[in-house]
Write a new protein. Structure first.
Length: 172
C-alpha cells in the first residue's frame, strides 16, 4: 500500500498493521476493503482479500466486486428508482441502462452501505458494466436511466468514474 493513502474515515496502512499486531484479522480486512478507487490496487489485491475472507469464513463478495472493478472500471452514481420491489444490494440485480444515443447496456448494481434499496428510495450505488467500452463517454454529472423492458424504472447521475489504466479518478 502506498504510505499516503487513506480510507474515507482517515485510516492508513499503519492502522491496518496495528489491527494485525493485535490479531484483529476481521477489522484489518474490513479496513483494507475500505480503501477507495482503483488506481493503486490491482485485481490481485482484491483477490488476495477475497481469499483471506474465505479462509476466515467471512463475506467476500465485496472483494470480488472490487477485483472486477479493477478490470472493468468503476462507476458510482446517485440512483433513485421506482421499481415495485427493492433492489438487492450486492450485485445480483442487472438491469439495462440507457447510456446515451441509442445505446442500452447491462450493468450490475451494488448498493453502498445497504442490503437493498427500497422502492422510491435513493442511494449511491456502484455499477459494474458487462461491456465497459459502452460507458467510456460518460463524465460526472451525466444522467443515465435504468430500464426493465420499456419503462424507465430509475434515474442515476454519475458522480465518479475510474477507468482501467487511469491513475486518478474523475468525480464531481
Amino acid at each position: 500500500m502506498p504510505p499516503d493513502v487513506r480510507t474515507e474515515i482517515g485510516a492508513s496502512a499503519e492502522d491496518v498493521a496495528a489491527y494485525l499486531d493485535q490479531d484483529e484479522w476481521e477489522f484489518a480486512l474490513d479496513l483494507l476493503g475500505d480503501f477507495g478507487g482503483i488506481a493503486w490496487q490491482p485485481g490481485e489485491y482484491w483477490s488476495l482479500l477475497a481469499n483471506a475472507a474465505e479462509e476466515l469464513h467471512l463475506p467476500c463478495k465485496w472483494f470480488h466486486w472490487r477485483a472486477n472493478e479493477t478490470r472493468q472500471g468503476m462507476i458510482r452514481v446517485e440512483l433513485t428508482h421506482e421499481r415495485r420491489h427493492p433492489i438487492p444490494g450486492q450485485g445480483v440485480y442487472r438491469p439495462l441502462w440507457h447510456v446515451g444515443g441509442g445505446d442500452h447496456r447491462v450493468a450490475a448494481v451494488w448498493v453502498e452501505g445497504r442490503a437493498e434499496l427500497a422502492p422510491g428510495d435513493h442511494a449511491v450505488v456502484r455499477l459494474l458494466a458487462l461491456s465497459p467500452e459502452g460507458w467510456d463517454h460518460l463524465v460526472p454529472g451525466d444522467v443515465v436511466t435504468m430500464h426493465e423492458g420499456q419503462p424507465v424504472v430509475g434515474t442515476a447521475t454519475v458522480i465518479e468514474l475510474a477507468r482501467v489504466g487511469e491513475t486518478r479518478r474523475r468525480d464531481r
